[in-house]
Design a protein. Structure first.
Length: 318
């Protein structure tokens, strides 16, 4: 871990006031522990705050013998922030992977819907799968405007290969897949992530709405509720295989509209060169899930080809 010196700056007026007020009543080593505990709690690393007081006393004595330095206070705060950023990969919690091919007229809609989420701690990985139009240029333009955007350019190898490339570089603790001709509700990431965190789920899904014309509004749906249904591994398989197919089927054969823990994909990749790849991947994912959840809200907007086929014309090789 390398802490960049640029992050350690001269004490601000706020630092001075805070240090004076704290030091009157609180020993410096306790101040340091409060700083670390607060930062750790903010980024869900609360286990680091269990470091004993003796550790903080030793740390402060090594760095500054008299234990009352304002610069030490500022330095400690800055170092802690840098350490936590490094541990979290820059606060990236969720990686959204989007294969891109021949969608220059609608790609901005998809990207906007992801970057404008109410949950901000994401990275957006755009894989330009050898697109012959201006889709690749559009991806680069977004990367210049928003540092959460990562772009990969490759020869056309298909949707499966594109998703695999995204998985290989994803920094998030959790993964989502979005097709580049689809878009998502601005609360989708926040809601699925909240359910996952509060219920210790391995996978959380929501419903989706189909649409076939970008010139029209997505039809409203009055069946949405706040209901969350939980499934064990066996129940997921039963629904996946036997459940009636609909846009509210909890576990249909699609990988989108779902938040996954990243470690589910540690030894799983999409089979390159095949169509209906979900049938190869999802059963292996479900086998790893001790607890899954379905939110009864249609927050994913799924573009449906008007030619009646199930597969999308996303890439030349499937």
């Amino acid at each position: 871990m390398i802490c960049h010196c640029s992050a350690i700056h001269r004490p601000s007026r706020h630092d001075v006031y805070l240090f004076i007020h704290l030091h009157i009543f609180i020993p410096p080593y306790i101040i340091c522990k409060i700083i670390v505990t607060g930062i750790c709690f903010f980024v869900n690393k609360t286990h680091l705050s269990k470091i004993p007081n003796s550790g903080f006393i030793l740390f402060t004595e090594i760095c500054n013998a008299d234990l009352i330095s304002l610069y030490f206070f500022t330095l400690t705060k800055s170092i802690c922030i840098e350490i936590i950023k490094g541990m979290k990969g820059g606060y990236i919690l969720i990686s959204v992977i989007v294969p891109v091919f021949k969608v220059e007229n609608i790609l901005n809609i998809c990207i906007n819907s992801i970057l404008n989420q109410t949950f901000n701690d994401i990275e957006l990985i755009l894989i330009d799968d050898g697109s012959p139009d201006k889709s690749g240029d559009i991806c680069d333009q977004w990367a210049e405007k928003d540092d959460r955007v990562v772009v990969i350019h490759s020869d056309n190898q298909g949707q499966c290969a594109a998703r695999n490339k995204g998985l290989d570089i994803a920094k998030g603790e959790k993964i989502m897949f979005v097709d580049s001709d689809d878009f998502i509700n601005r609360d989708l990431v926040n809601k699925l992530n909240s359910i996952m965190d509060h219920n210790d789920c391995d996978l959380v899904r929501c419903g989706y709405k189909r649409f076939s014309d970008y010139g029209k509004d997505v039809p409203s749906d009055n069946l949405d509720t706040d209901d969350v249904i939980f499934f064990n591994c066996e129940e997921v398989f039963q629904n996946f295989v036997c459940g009636q197919y609909s846009n509210r089927k909890p576990f249909p054969p699609i990988v989108c509209a779902t938040l996954y823990k990243k470690d589910l994909f540690d030894d799983i990749r999409f089979p390159e060169g095949k169509i209906y790849e979900e049938g190869f991947v999802l059963p292996n994912i479900f086998l790893k899930c001790q607890k899954s959840a379905f939110l009864n809200q249609c927050l994913y907007y799924y573009y449906e080809n008007t030619d009646g086929t199930m597969s999308k014309d996303l890439t030349q090789q499937g």
